[in-house]
Design a protein around this ligand. Structure first.
Ligand SMILES: [Zn+2]
Length: 329
């Protein structure tokens, strides 16, 4: 079996250790900030912390007591999960106020009330400022887990009041093993997903369970191939359409970054593992066509577009600039 901690977490050993020691020593912080790319394991870790705090069994988290079962089914009255309606929407001030009202009441079943705030980079400025009040004077029984992609997209005053736990992607072989051993994936599929996931186990598991994700990827990579042979007008139409959907934009940029990085690795004859292992012949073709210099520039261009979007640049203009940078037919 894939070795995993009693919290049931694959990887992230040091973070698990840090949290377990805090729970055991009774020195849990009132606020944690879990950062890392989507699907890396932030929510899983925050839920494990909640289980450890709310469990009423002998060895927390036992996984078996009423509290553990309520946490697992998402129904524990002392665990609150707050997030925007769907990824890409805003987390609003009313949601933070509702949470604050619930946190003002002493716990119903446990010693703690735990709140998990997902994708907090989506919080509006007023929602973030509202949360700051709780961070400044948290009730003694409250533990907050604020989750975000990056600390630098949040108000510095929020970051400074949390204990930051930055989760890094796992090595591909660890993701591959976990997919086979814990999620019953077949070995070929596990290998592809592990490479595509960039070490984000949560992403790999979601994609394993929902094949639409892989189909979307295939379609977007096909579109990238077509864009390379398309005139500027067609590229701008593509930018306009894509920019309307922030999640699709983010996903597409992640894919392109992985693609051009692979092309660069092949062009530079670097002996490093590729991400898109099911499309090696197309990658080789691009490596021959664009060479090291061009593929380096493309990696940089995609990265800089992603950075601009993080700082709220206009998505359509950003994508247009990026597509102008693509080699012309
Ligand atoms: Zn328990």
């Amino acid at each position: 079996m894939e070795a995993h901690d009693s919290l049931g977490i694959v990887g992230h050993k040091w973070a698990v250790k840090l949290l377990r020691q805090a729970v055991e020593a009774g020195s849990v912080s009132h606020a944690y900030l879990f950062t890392g790319p989507p699907g890396v394991g932030k929510t899983t870790l925050a839920r494990a912390l909640a289980r450890a705090l709310l469990c009423q069994g002998e060895e927390a988290p036992c996984g078996d007591c009423r509290a553990c079962r309520l946490v697992a089914s998402g129904n524990h009255p002392d665990l609150h999960v707050v997030e925007s309606e769907q990824p890409g929407d805003s987390l609003k001030i009313d949601q933070v106020r509702d949470l604050q009202h619930q946190l003002s009441l002493t716990p119903l079943e446990a010693r703690w009330r735990v709140a998990i705030l997902r994708r907090f980079e989506e919080a509006t400025t007023s929602a973030a400022n509202a949360l700051l009040k709780t961070l400044e004077e948290p009730p003694a029984y409250v533990v907050l887990a604020v989750l975000a992609r990056d600390a630098d997209t949040l108000l510095p005053t929020i970051v400074s009041r949390c204990q930051q736990v930055n989760l890094h992607p796992l090595p591909a072989p660890q993701v591959e093993r976990a997919l086979v051993e814990r999620w019953g994936a077949d070995p070929e599929q596990a290998k592809l997903l592990a490479h595509l996931s960039g070490g984000r186990l949560g992403w790999a598991v979601r994609t394993l369970e929902d094949s639409a994700g892989l189909q979307r990827r295939a379609q977007r990579l096909d579109e990238l191939g077509e864009l390379l042979n398309a005139p500027i007008t067609a590229r701008f139409r593509y930018a306009e359409r894509l920019a309307r959907d922030p999640i699709a934009t983010q996903e597409t940029l992640d894919l392109w970054l992985g693609w051009w990085r692979d092309v660069l690795l092949l062009a530079a004859e670097a002996n490093a593992p590729l991400t898109n292992i099911d499309r090696v012949s197309a990658l080789r073709d691009h490596a021959r066509r664009f060479g090291v210099e061009r593929s380096t520039a493309l990696v940089e261009a995609v990265r800089s577009a992603a950075d601009h979007l993080k700082c709220n640049a206009n998505p359509r203009l950003t994508l247009e600039v990026l597509l102008l940078d693509l080699p012309r037919p």
